[in-house]
Ligand binder design. Structure first.
Ligand code: UDP
Length: 363
């Protein structure tokens, strides 16, 4: 007889919330993770009293009250509102694209004036039905914004020309004809007061967890431990890459402790020109309104993942989507394995979508 009802491979958001639900349902669960800590990419390291988002900035936002209440039942969230700014060749612009940005670019002061400029640029481009990210961006916000705020950033982020990427990536960003720098349209947003780690302590409380434990190093053994598996790793690795390798974008982080209280005056500054090799600088203390004497900043570089680098983003082009679909048709036939999360579904999820998916997963 198996010792556990479920083995959960990966202690990131999907794995940890699912493990929590399974425990609530009376199941015996073992969670393993190859890293030395739980929390997946939400993991924070405390440096100089500042919660440093070790695997990239995470801002929780959702319009789903059930998801928001679920998260808030474990930890209180602060009122952080994400308002990144863009630095293009030394000039500063507000994001997302809103009346402040339009004023900074064109000096326009009313929504009608801004719409007039964008409409003219859209007409000049001759685009009717946008077929890729470049066309979608130009038809949403015109040529100037595309050149200054989108083109270079997107090329650095994805390592591909915007004309080779699907339109939906840019639809994530709001376009507003009001003076409002809030990056998200969602009803609720914030950062857990005290950082993300305590959330995972709550999710995994009372559950057997083994870190530094790689499923693939001892697969037969781990499979024998439980009746069912929840797998949150790379879907192609699960199948030993037998249909081919999926591509992922990876990230490289360069962090520094600076002997000053405030380096850039904002948590997130995007560098949107191609000449600067990083995509953004994160100043972590601003996520929690920190008043420490020192500050920690992280430069974020985007690169193609290889076998030595962490996979972060699924690549949204046609070839990868086609291959992912082949793997998904294999995984959908598995009776004892549930695949969930960004890597196992090969999809670009926000955190709240992950929580929603787990809450609505049939167990
Ligand atoms: N984007 C851009 N300029 C920016 C910020 C974002 O062109 O200053 C585009 C880019 O293509 C990016 C997409 O919008 O991949 C989504 O950005 P988001 O900030 O949602 O990405 P994430 O924080 O999830 O990496």
């Amino acid at each position: 007889m198996s010792k556990y009802d479920y083995l959960v491979v990966g202690a990131g958001l999907y794995g940890a919330v699912l493990a929590y639900r399974l425990k609530q349902a009376g199941k015996k669960v073992l969670v393993i993770d190859k890293r030395s800590h739980v929390g997946g990419n939400l993991y924070c390291e405390n440096i100089e009293g500042i919660n440093v988002h070790k695997y990239g900035a995470h801002i929780f936002h959702t319009s789903n009250k059930e998801v928001w209440d679920f998260m808030n039942s474990f930890v209180e969230f602060n009122r952080y509102t994400n308002s990144p700014i863009a630095n293009y060749k030394g000039k500063i612009y507000n994001l997302p694209f809103n009346m402040n940005t339009f004023y900074q670019l064109w000096g326009v002061k009313t929504p009608d004036e801004a719409k007039f400029v964008i409409e003219n640029q859209r007409k000049e481009s001759g685009i009717t039905i946008p077929e890729n990210l470049e066309e979608q961006a130009i038809s949403l916000v015109g040529h100037d914004i595309y050149e200054i705020l989108i083109k270079g950033y997107t090329e650095k982020q994805w390592g591909r020309k915007p004309s080779e990427l699907p339109a939906f990536i840019i639809k994530r960003l709001p376009v507003r004809f009001i003076f409002d720098n809030n990056y998200f349209d969602d009803k609720y947003q914030g950062i857990p007061i005290g950082g993300y780690n305590q959330l995972f302590d709550c999710f995994l409380n009372g559950i057997d967890v083994k870190c530094d434990t790689d499923f693939f190093k001892n697969r037969d053994y781990f499979e024998s431990l439980a009746n069912k598996i929840v797998y949150t790793g790379k879907i192609d690795e699960f199948y030993n890459y037998k249909l081919g390798k999926l591509e992922y974008r990876s990230l490289r982080f360069e962090s520094e402790i600076l002997d000053m209280p405030n380096y850039q005056g904002n948590a997130v500054v995007n560098y949107t020109d191609l000449e600067v090799s990083y995509t953004r600088i994160i100043e972590h203390k601003h996520f929690e309104f920190g008043t420490q004497d020192k500050t920690v900043i992280t430069k974020e570089f985007s690169l193609e993942a290889d076998c030595n680098s962490e996979p972060y983003y699924p690549v949204n082009d046609k070839a990868n989507e086609w291959l992912a679909q082949q793997y998904r048709s294999l995984s959908s036939k598995e009776e004892n394995v549930l695949f969930g999360g960004r890597l196992a579904e090969y999809k670009y999820f926000n955190m709240d979508q992950i929580v929603y998916n787990v809450l609505y997963q049939n167990l």
